[in-house]
Design a protein around this ligand. Structure first.
Ligand code: Z15
Length: 816
């Protein structure tokens, strides 16, 4: 049962919106107006449910989760909402009757690209699952005016284009100016005595208004739509009339611009923090606004702040929202008159922290003086938390200065946000089994010894609504024909797919769906990039952010190796393969951008050489985004998950490919380990050093990449292509930096990510996966097995675990 809206009503709604919102008949309307009318008609249904549910939730006194994240990578909403309301088929039919086509309409919507990669997309999947499971949640972040840059390829390299996603308006958001709050920066502190004791007076600060925009997120057949609340910065006064009246107009605008730059743009670095002041302003902006909002709301509904932890729980997604902790301390003490211990106790019950990486360059640290100048009161509070924390450590480890200074929140003139989170939060979790173990045994070992009960590992997941029902409608239909549609609400029902693996008809249909999806991708690439690919080749896909640890470069070396094999012996059989890369590089990450240049140069070489152009094709897909992923992933045969073991905390792309029937070629890293456990040794291709092997080499410094270069001829010949003039680039030393980084490196650290170490075993694993592929009977089963076993990677499973171990939310009960 869908939402009961008849087809007649749908039609009336769409035409009514066109008429009343745009003053247009169907014949006169633009595609954009038609899109907006469809979206508004859907929004009405959702907003009605949303309003009722929020009221019910209050009546039933339910606890609400606030999921704080600097990023929510939502993608498009229209078709996803139709699916989740069970209205897709009806809308499709009505639109066909009207002579319209949903695919064209859908493309009018801009992706909400408010995230870089895995971290932001995880937050988006979580909102879908929380709503699907009827748990009350508000996701909080920044309404970036510019999302992650759009990527174009020009003259063989990445060019960034700004993403002004709001320019044509956003039909999903609802502004709530009545709930605006003020966020204060800078200034000085003053202690004053009042009849209630010592009071902190913050003066000479400058303040910015935070205006919330709410965006309902509809889960699948849900009674409890989630709220995504995005805060937008606005100056307190439009113009400074003091300057304006004297005719100094540009000065009059200055304050306004200074304020509004805070929510202007998303920082494009993934897994990397640079300690920039504006970034700190952004983090304080949305966390302060959120905590003020929570306190205000709780006071209005329940009065007494001591009951706050009964009604709110806060998840801090990576350290970016950590300032929520000292900000709540500040509000409770300075504005609500609570004492330190009471306020601290409340904080330690409300906050929880998810760690997403162990890489040093991604751990957030702030220079003490800069921090203190921007947020003087927050700094003071953190200092007290630090003093008390170090005192308590001193009791456990008397005299162990080294250990205590390693664990301290402030040390060497830096504020370390992960340490603050761990010191205060109720629970700290990693994002896969392996990552959960690594943070306990290495990254945060000293903390784990002091707080063994705080640490958890909860494996990430992905929503099967977007990544199956939305992205792969043909496969979803096939599955529904056999096991019904219950699996979209209850992931455990996906296990029933395994019973179909002996059904030849099912397996053939499964492969036919894959073939159709490959054709769909082929047509899409022809249309968007003018690129031709052959759907009768293997589609081998490496799609994720560009980062050295993700080892796109290893894949490139392997392609060069295949090229060499063919050039050396034209008789050799190489199975025709299309290698598809999709990756954005952070604009300031020089080596990552050079790897993109290398991929394009290798594409130029192998795609144009008559000896290889029909068997090896290398394609770089521009502007990888949620919407591109929805087309790419269902068309994939081989899923490349080849990070250096121990460095990919979980990965979630790996799960999306698996769910869509791709077979993983990967290392024992992150959630790959659990994919391996789920599908078994026969249905995955694992290669490379294990995390233990790598950490041993790291500890003893025994890795010598030069040895592999000397001993492995294939590797040496592949690497030499980078510098021997084979590749056509403007600057013939273009790739010598990459070559050099692998063999010599900087500061004695050559090949930090162990590419040369893993090259031989990667080559072997590739041969094995290709021989599995050519055995059509074997491959069918293997591909379908991957889909069959993907149920445990549903984010519904993940959310249930968070709830049982951390949040303890109750679902809204049936309405009377
Ligand atoms: C990011 O996308 C991830 C971790 C980070 O610390 C930052 Cl700043 C960005 C990713 C991990 O690299 C990935 O392994 C994981 O699956 C994802 O977060 C979601 O947990």
């Amino acid at each position: 049962m869908g939402y009961d809206l008849s087809k007649e009503e749908i039609k009336e709604k769409i035409l009514g919106k066109l008429k009343r919102n745009f003053g247009k008949t169907l014949e006169e309307a633009t595609q954009d107006q038609i899109y907006k009318s469809c979206a508004l008609s859907i929004r009405d249904v959702i907003v009605e449910k949303w309003t009722d549910a929020n009221k019910q939730m209050l009546n039933q006194g339910l606890k609400r989760l606030y999921y704080l994240s600097a990023e929510f990578l939502m993608g498009r909403a229209l078709v996803n909402n139709m699916i989740n309301l069970h209205l897709l088929k009806d809308y499709q039919e009505v639109l066909t009757d009207l002579g319209l086509n949903l695919e064209n309409i859908e493309e009018q919507e801009r992706d909400a690209g408010l995230g870089n990669g895995g971290l932001g997309r995880l937050a988006a999947c979580f909102l879908d699952s929380l709503s699907t499971l009827d748990f009350p949640v508000t996701g909080c972040s920044i309404r970036y005016e510019f999302g992650l840059f759009k990527q174009r390829i020009l003259d063989g390299e990445q060019v960034e284009v700004d993403d002004n996603w709001l320019e044509a308006g956003n039909v999903w958001e609802i502004a709530r100016p009545e709930e605006q709050v003020e966020v204060k920066y800078g200034g000085e502190l003053e202690e004053v005595w009042t009849e209630r004791g010592l009071k902190i007076n913050h003066k000479n600060y400058y303040s910015v208004l935070a205006i919330p925009y709410d965006y309902p997120v509809m889960g699948y057949m849900s009674e409890m739509p989630a709220t995504l609340r995005l805060w937008s910065a606005r100056a307190k006064t439009e113009l400074d009339m003091h300057y304006f009246n004297r005719g100094d107009y540009s000065k009059a605008m200055q304050e306004r611009e200074l304020a509004e730059v805070i929510s202007k743009v998303l920082y494009p670095e993934d897994n990397h923090e640079q300690g920039r002041q504006l970034r700190l302003k952004q983090f304080y902006f949305f966390t302060s606004a959120t905590m003020q909002h929570i306190v205000r709301k709780h006071k209005a509904n329940y009065g007494d702040l001591h009951t706050l932890p009964n009604y709110f729980t806060v998840q801090i997604n990576d350290t970016h929202p950590t300032l929520a902790i000292p900000e709540l301390m500040r509000i409770l003490m300075d504005e609500e008159g609570m004492g330190w211990d009471e306020a601290f106790d409340i904080c330690s019950r409300i906050f929880n922290y998810t760690n997403h990486t162990i890489m040093a360059e991604a751990l957030e640290r702030w220079e003490e003086d800069m921090f203190k100048a921007l947020l003087p009161r927050i700094y003071e509070i953190i200092k007290v938390i630090n003093d008390k924390f170090c005192d308590s450590l001193w009791k456990i480890y008397p005299g162990e200065w080294d250990k205590i200074s390693k664990m301290a929140i402030i040390s060497y003139h830096e504020i370390r946000m992960a340490n603050l989170c761990i010191a205060v939060c109720n629970k700290v979790n990693g994002v896969s089994k392996l990552h959960g173990e690594i943070i306990k045994s290495r990254t945060f070992r000293d903390f784990y010894i002091v707080f063994p009960d705080k640490f958890l590992g909860i494996t990430n997941g992905i929503t099967p609504r977007r990544w199956l029902a939305k992205a792969n409608q043909p496969l979803t239909k096939l599955l529904c024909d056999h096991i019904g549609d219950g699996f979209l609400k209850d992931y455990k029902e996906m296990d029933r797919i395994e019973d179909l693996l002996d059904n030849q008809k099912f397996l053939d249909d499964f492969m036919e769906v894959k073939h159709q999806n490959k054709i769909h991708l082929r047509d899409h690439l022809k249309k968007t990039q003018g690129i031709e690919i052959n759907e009768n080749t293997i589609f081998d896909v490496h799609a994720k952010r560009l980062h050295e640890y993700k080892r796109q470069l290893l894949k490139v070396l392997h392609i060069l190796h295949l090229y060499n094999l063919k050039k050396e012996n034209p008789q050799v059989h190489i199975e025709p393969c299309t290698f598809l890369f999709a990756a954005k590089a952070s604009p300031g990450y020089v080596r990552a951008k050079n790897i993109i240049r290398l991929i394009l140069a290798v594409a130029d070489l192998v795609n144009n050489d008559p000896d290889t152009k029909d068997i090896l094709r290398v394609v770089f897909i521009e502007n990888y985004s949620v919407s591109e992923a929805e087309i790419l992933i269902p068309a994939t045969d081989i899923s490349e998950q080849i990070s250096t073991a121990g460095l990919e905390a979980s990965g979630t792309g790996n799960m999306k490919f698996m769910m869509n029937g791709a077979v993983t070629l990967g290392t024992m890293d992150g959630a790959n380990v659990e994919i391996y456990e789920a599908v078994g040794d026969d249905n995955i291709f694992i290669f490379g050093a294990t995390e233990q092997e790598i950490s041993r080499m790291e500890r003893f410094g025994t890795y010598k990449p030069g040895l592999y270069y000397e001993q492995n001829t294939d590797l040496r010949l592949a690497l030499n292509r980078l510098i021997d003039g084979s590749l056509h680039v403007a600057n013939d030393r273009q790739f010598s930096d990459l070559y050099h980084s692998l063999l010599f490196g900087e500061m004695q650290r050559a090949d930090q990510y162990y590419l040369l170490y893993d090259f031989a075993s990667y080559t072997q694993a590739y041969e094995q996966i290709v021989s599995a592929y050519v055995d059509k009977e074997r491959w069918k089963r293997m591909a379908a097995m991957n889909t069959a076993k993907s149920g445990r990677f549903s984010s519904d499973r993940t959310i249930n675990e968070y709830n049982e171990l951390i949040w303890h939310l109750r679902k809204m009960s049936e309405r009377k």
